[in-house]
Design a protein around this ligand. Structure first.
Ligand SMILES: Cc1cc2nc3c(=O)[nH]c(=O)nc-3n(C[C@H](O)[C@H](O)[C@H](O)COP(=O)(O)OP(=O)(O)OC[C@H]3O[C@@H](n4cnc5c(N)ncnc54)[C@H](O)[C@@H]3O)c2cc1C
Length: 467
């Protein structure tokens, strides 16, 4: 592990030799994985979208839906198609139903906190509608999720959050609560203290991103893979009324009037004004082949988050098509050594941390003793471990909208390891803004907007993060 890049100061560009996730292993035949790898970029394109994850793919899709001609858009992707966090996550499409409310309220005020939570519920509904309406084959499983409180302290924290959210007028009609024996029975977690349940789902995130990219490519969008953008500079052909940008890559530059940064954790590389506010963090996920106790008709019907404290938690989602359990590991965790915990401060997703893996699997075994190592047959148990880079923001919400200091440049980034519960409103939002809509048209919480005032406030320092 000696010569891995240390990206604590700045994310740089995505590294060229990332590990391969379970989602990538199972989609190696995607025909556009390495599309236009060796082709030069066009010298001009009206729109350039940087990044082909779910943000870039959905922003492009929505621009076309909004009337932009597909031939006027190119997507530049540093590596394989959708090879960032969108193909490396834990597959959860899990809105926060109330838990983050008290922290969001401290950071952004009561109204914004209510809007943040309401937006997450909306995202789940949007993805569900979208996948069903278009018949997207992405193993989407609309179900419910449990917030499993593993300690009395966390049960108290969640109870307080729930009450504060409800008292503030938040909608709790879709949330069920279980305590003690009942919580253990519904979740099957033998040490559960309490549990909350609400609608959520899971998906094969790479298949979702690839489906979106395919729609746009079929309409005429050109995606250039293995094409890291090294700079976006003001073009010499800019006039007093109109600014053009030269989007620089190792195989040529493209002049564009509209540039959309969908680069998540890597956004600060091309937008240094975000460097103090978006930090790359390496996160890890694991695929686990279930024993008989979690196979066939005994698979877990709901997903869950096994929560010891606000920031010490593990996600579990069992896939319908093959029964594979996907285990998400926390970014920071009191159970692992300082060294393992610090190893998250990187934008290098070529490797995994063995201590984080052992802790994630150990926690899963502790919650579900039927899955303990000694009880498994050959072929059951841990199948694969992978890592990916999430973009943490200092105020726990993404940066969406117009980069005021760079006319014609837009951003949709900084999803705090939680993009599946946010991008399906944020990307359509940024597309609406680009097409001349107002912030109100986006329906997004105002605190998501990248404004001069927000950046100035952050520069002065803001406490805490939610995830
Ligand atoms: C291990 C892990 C588990 C997670 N689990 C969940 C979960 O269960 N639920 C959830 O909601 N979220 C989860 N997330 C977070 C979620 O995956 C992200 O929030 C989401 O995928 C972000 O999508 P995106 O399109 O904005 O970014 P990405 O998918 O990272 O896409 C950005 C793209 O930009 C490209 N790029 C960057 N810089 C450049 C450049 N200069 N030039 C060209 N291309 C560039 C990158 O290569 C990348 O493909 C997890 C993330 C990880 C890593």
């Amino acid at each position: 592990m000696g010569d891995h890049q240390d990206s604590r100061k700045a994310p740089g560009l995505p590294i060229t030799n990332p590990c391969v996730s379970f989602w990538q292993q199972t989609t190696r035949s995607f025909p556009y994985l390495n599309i236009n790898k060796d082709e030069p970029v066009p010298i001009e394109s009206k729109y350039v979208v940087i990044g082909s994850g779910i943000s870039g793919a959905l922003t492009t899709y929505e621009l076309i839906q909004g009337g932009v001609s597909a031939e006027d858009i190119i997507i530049l992707e540093a590596r394989e198609a959708a090879s960032g966090a969108s193909s490396r996550n834990a597959g959860h499409v899990r809105p926060d139903a109330f838990r983050g409310f008290q922290v969001y309220e401290q950071l952004h005020g009561k109204d914004q906190a209510l809007k943040i939570i309401a937006n997450e519920k909306l995202v789940f509904e949007r993805i569900k509608e979208f996948v069903e309406a278009h018949g997207v084959q992405c193993d989407f499983n609309p179900t419910t999720t449990f917030d499993v409180c593993m300690t009395p302290e966390f049960a108290d924290f969640n109870a307080r959050s729930f009450e504060l959210y409800r008292e503030a007028g938040g909608d709790v009609s879709h949330i069920k609560f279980y305590e003690g024996e009942e919580a253990r029975k519904v979740t099957r977690v033998n040490k559960a203290v309490a549990a909350y349940e609400w609608p959520a789902g899971s998906s094969h995130p790479a298949k979702l991103a690839q489906w979106l990219l395919t729609q746009s490519i079929n309409k005429g969008v050109r995606l250039f893979t293995h094409r890291p953008v090294s700079a976006v500079t003001k073009s010499a052909s800019s006039t007093a009324d109109r600014v053009f940008w030269d989007v620089v890559t190792p195989r040529g530059s493209t002049k564009a009037s509209i540039v959309v940064h969908c680069t998540n954790a890597f956004a600060p590389f091309l937008l240094p004004e975000l460097s103090n506010f978006i930090t790359p963090n390496r996160a890890q996920a694991h695929a686990f082949v279930p024993p008989a106790a979690f196979a066939a008709s005994s698979i877990l019907p709901s997903t869950m988050s096994l929560r010891h404290t606000l920031k010490h938690f593990y996600s579990v989602a069992q896939r319908r098509p093959d029964g594979i359990l996907i285990l998400g590991a926390p970014v920071a965790n009191p159970k692992i050594s300082q060294e393992a915990s610090q190893s998250r401060f990187t934008s290098d997703d070529s490797f995994i941390n063995g201590e984080v893996r052992d802790d994630a699997v150990g926690n899963f075994e502790m919650c579900f003793p039927e899955c303990e190592k000694g009880k498994l047959r050959h072929g059951e148990g841990l199948l694969h471990t992978w890592s990916g880079i999430i973009g943490m923001t200092t105020d726990s919400v993404p940066f969406i909208g117009k980069v005021e200091s760079l006319p014609g440049q837009w951003v949709c980034a900084g999803f705090n390891g939680h993009g599946m519960a946010r991008i399906f409103t944020c990307a359509p939002g940024v597309a609406k803004l680009i097409l001349g809509g107002s912030w109100q048209d986006t329906g997004l919480p105002e605190c998501f907007e990248i404004t001069k005032e927000r950046l100035e406030k952050l520069q002065k320092g803001v406490p805490g993060t939610v995830f």
